[in-house]
Design a protein around this ligand. Structure first.
Ligand code: CA
Length: 224
């Protein structure tokens, strides 16, 4: 999934359309506010970020993305209007992976997107996480337990993925909440417990691999 943050509707639709025709999933968002709302539900492979936006501008959004652990790793391409002074230093030192100047040709645009995805390793082989009887295909969002396919909700999947990525480490309820539901989610830590319970049930025999560390949080497995 690629998020396209752009307030000019024509450009936004063109970006989404172009990406879709070459086989990417893409979603248009018209402000930083919408972006952070979408990020609470999904982690994209790439964010295209316009600079002049209503509300927070692209630089401010970039710095928020890079400040948060849950979004820091997402590659960002800044999109800047020609003639407008683009502060390369501010953009690239701020953590952007590349920048594109509007108006741009579609071939150039596609080439830049592919180059960043290639460089950041977000495209290519599917990422697989394994522990004992549990196997997760991150790209395909598939989970199997002893070879049996397990149907998880998006949040259950993210909880399992985060635990597997941090194998052997106890994650607190607050860490899980912050990482999966986002820093501005006004939820309670009980939300985490509810998801863990249903995740264990769905994992059947392997549910016991999701350990409760009393008074602290949850963990899967031992450190590799
Ligand atoms: Ca704009």
């Amino acid at each position: 999934m690629i998020f396209c943050v752009e307030d000019e509707r024509n450009i936004r639709e063109l970006l989404v359309y172009t990406l879709t025709t070459i086989g990417y999933e893409a979603m248009g968002l018209d402000s930083g506010k919408e972006l952070f709302r979408a990020l609470a539900n999904e982690r994209p492979e790439l964010i295209l970020l316009d600079i002049m936006l209503p509300g927070e501008d692209g630089y401010q959004i970039l710095s928020r993305l890079k400040d948060q652990e849950s979004t820091r790793e997402i590659p960002v391409i800044m999109v800047t209007a020609k003639g407008a002074e683009f502060d390369k230093v501010r953009g690239l030192d701020g953590g952007a992976d590349d920048y594109i100047t509007k108006p741009f040709g579609m071939m150039e645009f596609i080439a830049r997107v592919k180059a960043v995805l290639r460089r950041t390793g977000k495209q290519g082989e599917p990422t697989v996480l394994k522990y004992a009887s549990i196997v997760i295909s991150v790209n395909r969002r598939e989970v199997t337990e002893n070879g049996r396919k397990v149907e998880l909700t998006l949040k259950e999947f993210e909880v399992l993925r985060y635990l597997m990525e941090n194998r052997g480490i106890v994650l607190t309820r607050d860490q899980l909440l912050g990482h999966i539901w986002g820093y501005d989610f006004g939820g309670e830590t009980r939300t985490v417990d509810v998801h863990i319970r249903s995740l264990r049930q769905k994992l059947g025999e392997s549910g016991k691999l999701v350990e409760t560390v009393r008074g602290v949080g949850y963990r899967i497995g031992e450190v590799k």
